[in-house]
Design a protein around this ligand. Sequence first.
Ligand SMILES: NC(=O)c1ccc[n+]([C@@H]2O[C@H](COP(=O)([O-])OP(=O)(O)OC[C@H]3O[C@@H](n4cnc5c(N)ncnc54)[C@H](O)[C@@H]3O)[C@@H](O)[C@H]2O)c1
Length: 356
Amino acid sequence: MNTDQVRFGFLGAGQISHYSAAEINRHPNARVVAAQDVNAARTEELCSAYKIPKACATADELLADPAIDAVYIAVPNKYHVPLTIQTLQSGKHVILEKPFALNYAEAQQAADVARKMGKVLTLGMNQRFERAPQTIKTLVEQGELGEIYHIKAYWMRRSGIPKQGTWFGNKALAGAGSLYDIGVHYLDLALYLLGDFHPVSVSGATYTKFGHLGLGFGGWGKSDNEGLAFDVDDFATGLIRFASGVSVSLDVSWACHAEEHDRADVQLYGTKGGALARAGRFYHPNDKTGEYVIVQGPVAPLHFPHGSRFHNFINHLLGKEELCVTLDQALGVQRILDALNASAITGREVRFDLAK
Ligand SMILES: NC(=O)c1ccc[n+]([C@@H]2O[C@H](COP(=O)([O-])OP(=O)(O)OC[C@H]3O[C@@H](n4cnc5c(N)ncnc54)[C@H](O)[C@@H]3O)[C@@H](O)[C@H]2O)c1
């Protein structure tokens, strides 16, 4: 790899790839140089919008290009692991979209290949890099909240299922619905703030109440309505317990009856104070007067002031920055997602501490 320039190839030229190309090209030492999508018109659209010089017809063609150092993979979830493994085996680093995989076993396969090939594999968990959660992360590390004993993570949309009839709502292509699409974001953020990705037990419940009736859809996604069946969750809930005694609750909805259209945050409960990570609010009693103080946008040093998942990955490849989303963490999140789904099916808690 060139030591001062990271050249990217894109597999997938759907909706999120447009934001991602712009973000990568903003880095002074990175450039998107090639793209491929199974839909050639979308490849062309992305290439012309972001001045990407090479439109490839196949993944094989893109991966055979020695000028490409790293690949961003943003395709339906079913293809995440197969394309990740193929990319790693071609000798390139990978930043993969969430969720990691359809299941934990598959994620482990990709992690094994990354280790064997000596290549970087990370998940693009963009919510971690926002300024507000980064600030709260620093306050947690500084002990400002005291001992954290509970975290409440939630992303509740009233009517926000991605486009109807697309892969997003189809179990064979997506693996799960709201849980994998948006639940994964705040589960990951909660565990990042806690600094623990390995719980002792998980209990979950999932529901399908609107999507299969053609209700609750939004407009996200460039994929066309192919009339695919909606057979995934549009609401999920879970409780995750850690050996330390900390609990994390997760509530997620693509569609539900709710007062607000969209409500999302990660709320931390500590012995000295509390915080809303997404809103960037820290609240605690004043030491001397006991009067309650609410600090909007507290000032604290940030681990990643650039605020970008891609810039972290690029800087890491250039040897300038620690990688934020480690494989161990990504595997930990996928293991919890599997357990939430398994618990929802059996109606029983999944215990990791009793596993052989
Ligand atoms: N990080 C985030 O906040 C965020 C937001 C949205 C989507 N995503 C993730 O990004 C990925 C893509 O989502 P999207 O919103 O762009 O979806 P989209 O439906 O807009 O685009 C998906 C694209 O993948 C293409 N595709 C399908 N199979 C392919 C293959 N085998 N090889 C190459 N291209 C293929 C489709 O033609 C389509 O253009 C998903 O994994 C999704 O979970 C992440």
